[in-house]
Each structure stands twice: as structure tokens, then as C-alpha cells.
Design a protein around this ligand. Structure first.
Ligand code: 5AD
Ligand code: SF4
Length: 440
């Protein structure tokens, strides 16, 4: 059903890696239905915004961005604008009412309905909003991957944890685990297509379970896929990270020495009110176990400051924990109220200026720790997966270590896509500099 004209699409993606993976899925659904990917937004006949609503700021930004694009319709009356993802799921039909030129709205589990939605729009010119109820699966679509070397493979959709601050269980729905055989097939296909670094994706990968296959089982299966060289996974949840998982990580040679393990707070009372299901002590012991089993493991985290009722002392517990645990890096956020979540009804909101002040303090502390951690890498030899030419200089290549650090080193572009041993000579900000030792 190849179309003659007006079939170029462009997807702009916001938010987490799950959205990146979903955009790749949407791209493949569109290509299977006769659409083609536009080289840039100006060339597009169809613009799709895949949106994020995890914090209010993210939502406001994307709505502003969509409104800006509305003027394109003056020069190109046939242009269609669609909104998908978590803002679409949250606001639904209301998005058609804001004056942003939006033609259709599809929720996070409605992407298979996209071709039909577009046909409907073409034939009748009717704006469309999905019913947001169905839970579609995407087993028969292989994502149209946006990267060249790293591939995301979705293993679960949705989340059942209901952390009290979080909107995700409401936008992405109940947790569903894909079939292990499907995941392995998709990983193998990606590996054979040259993606040597695979990231298994889920809101909480540790609770993966399908017909008795658990996450450690899945890791072992993917570890056996010949064409893959590196395996990563995000995001882990401290309450579900088992001793068996640590042991499988230790034994599986392809599983990289990195874990992203959101702590959220260093205070047990706050963790309890966040409904996180673990204590500060449990978290800290978990980090010890991970470091005992895998001494050179890089650990990154997420932290929220200014949760309702957070006292100065409770915030200090978070500061102390960051000093004690010395994360390689952290994503730090000020609490943002999400309508409909449990915490939206909590009293004692922390004033905005105090949230900001705490955030600045925490970022300051962590920046120092991250800088030191990166400095400590000098003199080490690291295996680098060369992913491209450096953004700053074409004489340099850029790649990633197993422990998720970016390395830049002088080298020839023929090395892109290969694995090279690099001696780290310096750390500039959060980029390591090095010199090539050998190519494998
Ligand atoms: N306010 C601030 N940060 C939030 N996160 C999730 N919900 C909120 C919220 N309401 C953060 C958490 C999560 C990360 C993806 O976003 O730290 O791990
Ligand atoms: Fe949100 Fe908690 Fe689920 Fe993560 S685990 S998506 S923070 S509810």
C-alpha cells in the first residue's frame, strides 16, 4: 500500500528509554504500512510527539513544543500532528481541545491502531482520540532501531509498584512480561544485525516473570546469544533485586558491570511513605553485596528531594547516604506533584524554594563525587565499544566502557563498531580521554 505522496513521518521523543523503544516500534509499524522516515522535521508530512509526564515540568515543556510547531500547518495544510506516550495517556481528549493543531492522540498501548487512525484522518478529516483501554502486544513488530550499535529490547510493559509519587502505573498500566522466547529472538535478531550492546528494558526489570521464567533466567538466556557482546538492563528496583540476580550478574560474562538502582531517599520513614518497600539499611546492604560480588561495578541512582513532609534531618540522611555510597552518577529531582497519585494527597508540602535549595545541595555533593570517580579511572585500561566520531573533533572517536562511561580517544573511523582497549589518560568533566592500546 505504498502511497504516492505525503507519507514522510518524523517522531520526536521525550522522556525515558521506554519511550525511545516505543518510538522505534511506532516507526516500524508506520514503515510496514507504507510510510517512510523523514530525514528531518521540515520534510515531514506527519509529526508525532512521544511524550513524558513523569514530572509536571516535562509535560509543560512538551505541550509548549507542540504549540510551536502548529504554525507549520500554514505552509503545509496537509501536515498531521499526533501526540502519543504518557501525556497522551494522561490528558486524552483534552489535548484535542488545547489549541495546538493536534490531529490525533494515542495512548501507550494503542500503537497498532496508528495506521487505522491515519486512514481515518485522511478519509474523513476527523480528529481522533483512542479509547485508552486495550492492552495491545507488539510481538510481530521488530523495532526500527534509531541507534547503530546499541539496541533496546523491551521485556516488560507497565508497572505495579505504585510508588506514592509516581504517575507511571496510571499511564503505562499493569505490569506485563513478554515471552522469554520472543525477547531472546529479538535480542538475537539485533545482535545479528550488528547491535552488539543490548539493553533489556522495563519499569522494574527485576520483577520480570513469564511462565515461571524470572529475570535472572532471562539474563542467562540472553547471555547465551552468540552475536551479542554486552548486556545491560534498566531499571532495577531494590525490593526485587535477589541474591540469585547478583550471582547471575557475576557469572555471566556479557552482563556489564553497571547497575542503575534508584534509591529515591536515604531515610527509611520517607521511603515508607514513598511506598518503596525497603529501608535505607536494606538499600545500603544491597550496594555492599553488589560491590562484594562485582568489585568494579559502576552504580548509578535516582533521588527525589522535597517529598511531602521531608524534614531537614531526613534530607540530611539522603546527603549522608550519598557520601557513604559514592555513586558513579545520579539523576536528582525535586518532587513534583502528580495529580491522581497517593502522594498528591499528602500534607506538609515542602515549599518550592526549599526543594530547590536541597536539590542544589545534593547536585553539588554528587558532582564532586562523580568528578573524583572519573579522575580515579586514569591509568586504567578499558574495553571500549566504538560508537562513532567524537562530537567535538572528527579526529577523535567516541565509545562506551562496560561500566557505561564515555571515552574519547584519537583514532581512525574504520574502528567504529569494533571493540578497542584504551588506556585512560585523563578525565574532563564526565568524559574520559584515552589512547588506543589494541584492537581485538
Ligand atoms: N517527582 C519527582 N521525581 C519523580 N520521579 C518519578 N516521579 C517523580 C515525581 N513525581 C523520578 C524518580 C524516578 C525517575 C524516573 O523519576 O526518581 O526513578
Ligand atoms: Fe514509578 Fe515506582 Fe514504577 Fe518506577 S517502580 S515506574 S518509580 S511506580
Amino acid at each position: 500500500m505504498e502511497k504516492q505522496q505525503g507519507n514522510l513521518f518524523y517522531i520526536e521523543t521525550y522522556g525515558c528509554q521506554m519511550n525511545v523503544a516505543d518510538s522505534e516500534l511506532v516507526a516500524s509499524i508506520l514503515v510496514d504500512n507504507g510510510y517512510r522516515q523523514a530525514s528531518d522535521i521540515d520534510a515531514a508530512d506527519l509529526i508525532i510527539f512521544n511524550t513524558c509526564t513523569v514530572r509536571q515540568h516535562a509535560e509543560d515543556r512538551v505541550i509548549g513544543r507542540i504549540s510551536n510547531e502548529m504554525s507549520r500547518k500554514k505552509q503545509k495544510p496537509h501536515l498531521k500532528i499526533g501526540v502519543i506516550g504518557c501525556v497522551a495517556q494522561r490528558l486524552g481528549e483534552k489535548l484535542l481541545e488545547v489549541n495546538a493543531g493536534i490531529d490525533f492522540v494515542l495512548g501507550v498501548d494503542q500503537y497498532k491502531s496508528l495506521p487505522m487512525t491515519l486512514r481515518f484522518l485522511d478519509s474523513w478529516g476527523v480528529k481522533h482520540c483512542s479509547d485508552f483501554n486495550s492492552e495491545q502486544s507488539y510481538e510481530y513488530h521488530s523495532p526500527l532501531r534509531s541507534g547503530k550499535h546499541n539496541a533496546f529490547v523491551t521485556i516488560t510493559r507497565g508497572c505495579d509498584n505504585y510508588c506514592s509519587y509516581c504517575i507511571v502505573p496510571y499511564t503505562r498500566g499493569r505490569e506485563r512480561s513478554r515471552l522469554a522466547s520472543e525477547i531472546v529472538r529479538e535480542a538475537r535478531q539485533a545482535g545479528e544485525a550488528g547491535f552488539r550492546d543490548i539493553t533489556l528494558l522495563g519499569q522494574n526489570v527485576n520483577s520480570y516473570n513469564n511462565r515461571g521464567a524470572t529475570f535472572p533466567d532471562l539474563l542467562e538466556m540472553v547471555n547465551d546469544v552468540e552475536s551479542i557482546r554486552r548486556i545491560r538492563f534498566i531499571t532495577s528496583h531494590p525490593k526485587d533485586l535477589s541474591a540469585r540476580l547478583i550471582s547471575v550478574m557475576q557469572k555471566s560474562n556479557k552482563v556489564c558491570e553497571h547497575i542503575h538502582l534508584p534509591m529515591q531517599s536515604g531515610n527509611t520513614e520517607i521511603l515508607k511513605r514513598m511506598n518503596r518497600g525497603y529501608t535505607a539499611r536494606h538499600y545500603w546492604k544491597l550496594i555492599e553485596k553488589l560491590r562484594d560480588a562485582i568489585p568494579n561495578i559502576a552504580i548509578t541512582t535516582d533521588v527525589i528531594v522535597g517529598f511531602p513532609g521531608e524534614t531537614e534531618e531526613q534530607f540530611d540522611d539522603t546527603m549522608e547516604m550519598m557520601k557513604r555510597l559514592r555513586f558513579d552518577a545520579a539523576f536528582m529531582f525535586k518532587y513534583s506533584v502528580r495529580e491522581g497519585t497517593e502522594a498528591a494527597g499528602f500534607e506538609n508540602e515542602v515549599p518550592e524554594e526549599i526543594r530547590l535549595e536541597r536539590l542544589k545541595k545534593l547536585i553539588n555533593l554528587q558532582t564532586g563525587i562523580t568528578t573524583e570517580k572519573y579522575q580515579q579511572q586514569t591509568g586504567l585500561t578499558k574495553e571500549v565499544y566504538v560508537e562513532g566520531v567524537s562530537k567535538k573533533s572528527t579526529a577523535e572517536l567516541s565509545g562506551k566502557t562496560r561500566d557505561a562511561k564515555v571515552v574519547v580517544f584519537p583514532g581512525d573511523s574504520s574502528l567504529i563498531g569494533s571493540f578497542v582497549n584504551v588506556e585512560i589518560t585523563d578525565a574532563i568533566g564526565w568524559t574520559l580521554k584515552g589512547r588506543q592500546l589494541s584492537k581485538e
